[in-house]
Design a protein around this ligand. Structure first.
Ligand code: CO8
Length: 249
């Protein structure tokens, strides 16, 4: 079974993370499949907008794959696979929309934060539980989240690791749109509105808006900070507890 389902229809690309049995947890292989699709789509003139979603209805993505993370060390942090993927998404030449039904946790929320826009349904539950696992949101969350919700709110969410329901997340400004059901259908409507406009003008607007928000220093701190945490015994114990179902955020 393919790890991503990708299709372009009427100028809108739909990329669906397809690992529902693991709540679309972002394994290295899944990340590479997303990256390959973005590479293939970056040059497409017939593409105006990209929608990202998660298969199965229960999760957009439940974070990085904890079994893989448990085995990672500071050397993997310096390779920064997730960071580079999310940066690739932020720099993608067309607008990107995360359509969030169900959980978007940890790296799954960071993936959504790297998209230009977020549309969610009432089933959405979001949060950054990394600190409960002995690491921190080191794939852009530490600087993308405060950019969107403000520093104080970002700290509160990150330090507690608590999971927020859809209404609260919308009130915090994490989503641009909240609908009762079916975030993908709502994202398609939004994409259709954007797709009516000049693709090049929209691209220039995206570049101009993003130019102010780049954080190279943030990237460097993430490699260093996550590298230290990935090597810690505390992380080993906490991730083992999750995998052995002794603990849930
Ligand atoms: N990684 C691996 N497997 C996962 C993950 C995950 N993140 N999330 C869920 N799964 C697996 C479960 O282990 C389970 O597997 P199995 O069926 O083999 O037992 C299956 O998916 C279904 O999960 P649940 O039975 O737990 O499903 P529920 O619907 O009861 O609960 C939850 C859904 C609430 C989403 C729950 O699965 C959960 O809490 N998942 C973990 C959430 C989490 O902690 N995410 C943060 C991970 S850390 C991270 O993202 C770091 C990003 C920074 C990257 C930096 C890299 C260097």
């Amino acid at each position: 079974m393919s790890l991503v389902r990708a299709a372009i229809d009427a100028g809108v690309g739909h990329l669906e993370l397809n690992r529902p049995e693991a709540r679309n947890a972002l394994s290295r292989e899944l990340g590479e499949a997303v990256s390959a699709t973005l590479d293939a789509w970056a040059e497409r003139d017939d593409l105006s907008v990209v929608i990202l979603s998660g298969a199965g209805g229960k999760a957009f993505a439940a974070g990085a794959d904890i079994a893989e993370l448990r085995a990672r060390t500071h050397k993997d942090s310096f390779h920064s696979y997730n960071q580079r993927l999310f940066q690739r998404l932020e720099d993608f030449p067309r607008p990107t929309i995360a359509a969030i039904d169900g959980y978007a946790l940890g790296g799954g929320l960071e993936l959504a934060l790297a998209c230009d826009l977020r549309v969610a349904s009432k089933s959405a539950k979001v949060g950054l539980p990394e600190v409960s696992l002995g690491i921190f949101p080191g794939a852009g969350g530490a600087w993308r989240l405060p950019r969107i919700v403000g520093l104080g709110r970002a700290k509160e969410l990150m330090f507690t690791g608590r999971i927020v329901d859809a209404d609260e997340a919308f009130a915090l400004g994490l989503f641009e749109q909240l609908v009762d059901v079916d975030a993908v259908a709502a994202a398609r409507q939004l994409a259709a509105q954007i797709a009516k406009n000049s693709p090049f003008a929209v691209q220039v607007a995206k570049v101009a808006l993003n130019a102010q928000a780049k954080s190279q220093a943030g990237n460097a701190l993430e490699w260093l900070g996550q590298g230290l945490l990935l090597d810690s015994q505390d992380k080993q114990e906490r991730m083992t507890a999750f995998l052995e179902k002794r603990n849930k955020p």
